[in-house]
Design a protein around this ligand. Structure first.
Ligand SMILES: Cc1ncc(COP(=O)(O)O)c(C=O)c1O
Length: 494
C-alpha cells in the first residue's frame, strides 16, 4: 500500500497545547496535554457525595422526562433477553435506554418526543448522519425499485466500492462482510493461513468486536483473558499475544517469539478512551512487524474519523491488511477487509484454503446487493473529503471549547481529538497505553455527565463521553454541548 505513504504529510507533532494551538487541523491531537503530569484520576477535586447527589437528581429527571421509554423497557422483558434487542443496550446510566422514534442527520427523537443533538451517532455506525438522502435513495432503489436485497449474486456496485476503498486505504483487493467483527475474524484467518503461524497479537484493552483472539489484556502477572470474556471457546492466552500500546519493547518481545501471524490494531486506540500513538511509534510497529514476519492489520472502523482514508491515509501508513465496518454502510450493515496485492495473490493461489465453500470465510448475506449499494452511496456522496473537512473542523471547535472549560475551571482533565472524534478524560495527561487508560476511567463521573447532557438535549455515546461529528452537525450543536459541559462542571465543583 505504499501508494499512500506520506500523502498527507508526517505527524511528528501530534500533540499540542491549547496555548500554542496552530490553526491547521491535525488528524489526531490532545489538548491540554502537559508532559510529565499524572494520568491517574485526581479524585480529591470532586466531592464524591455531591457527585452522587447530583447523579441521583439527574436520574430522577431522566425518568420523569422519558415515561414512554421507561414503560417500553419495563414491558420488554418477557421475550427479549435482558429486555433489549441486544444486551449492551441496557448500558444506560439512567437505568433504561431511550427508545428511538426518528433520526435524521444529527438529530434523534425518542418516543417521548424529546429531540437530541446526537454526538453518539450509533457509536460510529451513523458517522454519515442518520439516513442521509443519498443512501436512502440508493437503498430504496436497490431494495424497492430494482429488488433483490440478497440474491447471492454480485452487483456492479461492489467493484466501484472496492476501487474507492483502495483509493482511500491503499489495500488493493477487498471482500465485503456485514460487520467489522467479521472483517477482523476473516482477516485473521487469512493471516494465519498465509503465515502458517498460530497466534495473533493485539494491544491490551483493545476492542475489535467479538473476535475471540482479541479479548485479552496484559497484567503484571502476564497475559490473561479479559475479565467478563463470555464463554470463551479457548483461553485467549493460548491463541494470542498482548502488549501495551506505545511500548515498542513489549511488542518486540512478543513478536520475537516467531509465532505471531498478525498484529491486529487500531492506529490510535479508541475503545478504552482515545489513546494516540507517540511520535514515531507506528513506524516502529511497521518495522517490527516486517522484521518478524508478522502481518499488520489496521482496523479502521473507528479511526475512519481521521479522514476519508482513516489514519492509514492521514498518517501515510502502510499496513498489509485494512479492516473496516460501521460507517461505510451509512447505517446499513456493512464491513470490508482489504489485502495488499501480494497477499491477495497468495491466498487465491493457496491450494489448501477453501474460500468458496465451508472454509470459515464467508456469510450468505455478506456483500449482498443492498449492503454494497449503501457502501457505494456512502463513499460516493456522503463521507467525502469535503465532508471530512467540515466534520474535522467541528471536532476542532468541540475540543477547543472543552479545553477552554477545563482550563478556566482548573480541572485536572484533558481532551483528545482524532479527526472528527473527540473525548474528554478525567486525568491531567492523556493516557499512553490501554492499561493506563483503563485505570483512568471514572464511571461515576461519566454517568453524571452523560445524564446531565441527555437531560438537556445532547446525546453522547453511552459507553463513554466520546463525541463524533457528522456532516449535518452544526456549530450551534457543538456550542450547546460546550455550554452544558461548563454548566455540569460548575454544578459539580462551582
Ligand atoms: C475498532 C473496532 N473494530 C471492530 C468493531 C466491531 O464492530 P461491529 O460490532 O460492528 O462488528 C468495533 C466496535 O465498536 C470497533 O470499535
Amino acid at each position: 500500500m505504499s501508494g499512500l505513504a506520506g500523502r498527507h504529510g508526517d505527524r511528528s507533532t501530534p500533540w499540542y497545547s491549547l496555548l500554542s494551538r496552530a490553526k491547521r487541523i491535525l488528524p489526531g491531537e490532545s489538548l491540554l496535554g502537559g508532559s510529565g503530569a499524572d494520568v491517574m484520576i485526581d479524585r480529591t477535586i470532586i466531592n464524591r457525595a455531591r457527585l452522587e447527589e447530583l447523579t441521583a437528581r439527574e436520574r430522577t429527571r431522566f425518568a420523569v422526562a422519558h415515561p414512554a421509554s421507561m414503560r417500553a423497557f419495563d414491558s420488554a422483558g418477557q421475550h427479549l433477553l435482558g429486555g433489549v434487542p441486544m444486551t449492551w443496550m441496557r448500558r444506560w446510566p439512567g437505568g433504561f435506554p431511550l427508545y428511538l422514534a426518528t433520526a435524521h442527520g444529527a438529530r434523534v427523537t425518542d418516543i417521548d418526543g424529546n429531540i437530541f443533538a446526537d454526538f453518539s451517532l450509533g457509536d460510529s455506525g451513523a458517522m454519515t448522519g442518520h439516513s442521509p438522502a443519498q443512501v436512502q435513495a440508493a437503498v430504496a432503489e436497490r431494495y424497492g425499485e430494482l429488488g433483490g436485497g440478497t440474491a447471492m449474486l454480485p452487483t456492479v456496485d461492489a467493484e466501484w466500492a472496492a476501487a474507492e476503498l483502495h483509493r482511500r486505504f491503499g489495500a488493493v483487493h477487498w471482500s465485503f462482510t456485514l460487520s467489522a467483527t467479521d472483517a477482523n475474524r476473516w482477516a485473521l484467518r487469512i493471516a494465519r493461513q498465509l503465515t502458517r503461524r498460530p497466534k495473533v497479537a493485539v494491544f491490551s484493552y483493545c476492542y475489535h468486536g467479538g473476535v475471540d483472539d482479541s479479548i485479552i489484556i496484559a497484567s503484571p502477572h502476564g497475559p490473561r483473558s479479559r475479565p467478563g470474556n463470555t464463554g470463551a471457546p479457548v483461553d485467549p492466552v493460548l491463541t494470542s499475544r498482548v502488549a501495551e500500546f506505545n511500548d515498542v519493547d513489549a511488542l518486540e518481545r512478543e513478536l520475537a517469539c516467531g509465532d505471531v501471524a498478525a498484529l491486529l490494531m487500531e492506529p490510535a486506540m479508541t475503545n478504552v478512551g482515545i489513546v494516540l500513538p507517540d511520535p514515531g511509534y507506528l513506524a516502529a510497529v511497521r518495522q517490527l512487524t516486517r522484521e518478524h514476519g508478522t502481518l499488520l492489520i489496521n482496523d479502521e472502523t473507528h479511526t475512519f474519523s481521521a479522514g476519508p482514508g482513516g489514519c492509514t491515509m492521514a498518517w501515510g501508513l502502510d499496513p498489509d491488511v485494512v479492516t473496516i465496518g460501521k460507517a461505510i454502510g451509512g447505517g446499513i450493515a456493512a464491513g470490508a477487509f482489504g489485502l495488499s496485492a501480494p497477499l491477495a495473490e497468495r491466498i487465491m493461489a493457496g491450494e489448501t484454503a477453501d474460500l468458496i465453500d465451508t472454509g470459515g470465510i464467508g456469510g450468505t448475506l455478506a456483500g449482498n446487493a443492498l449492503s454494497v449499494a449503501a457502501v457505494r452511496a456512502t463513499l460516493e456522496h456522503v463521507l467525502t473529503a469535503d465532508a471530512f473537512e467540515v466534520m474535522i473542523g467541528l471536532a476542532d471547535r468541540y475540543a477547543a471549547g472543552i479545553a477552554q472549560v477545563i482550563e478556566s475551571r482548573g480541572m485536572p482533565w484533558n481532551v483528545v481529538r482524532l479527526g472528527a472524534r473527540a473525548e474528554y478524560r478525567f486525568c491531567r495527561r492523556p493516557p499512553r497505553t490501554g492499561g493506563e487508560s483503563h485505570a483512568a476511567a471514572d464511571p461515576a463521573l461519566d454517568a453524571y455527565l452523560h445524564l446531565y447532557l441527555v437531560n438537556r438535549g445532547v446525546l453522547l455515546t453511552q459507553f463513554r463521553n466520546m463525541a463524533l461529528m457528522c456532516p449535518a452537525t452544526t456549530d450551534a450543536d457543538v456550542d450547546a454541548h460546550t455550554a452544558l459541559f461548563a454548566q455540569a462542571v460548575d454544578d459539580l465543583v462551582g
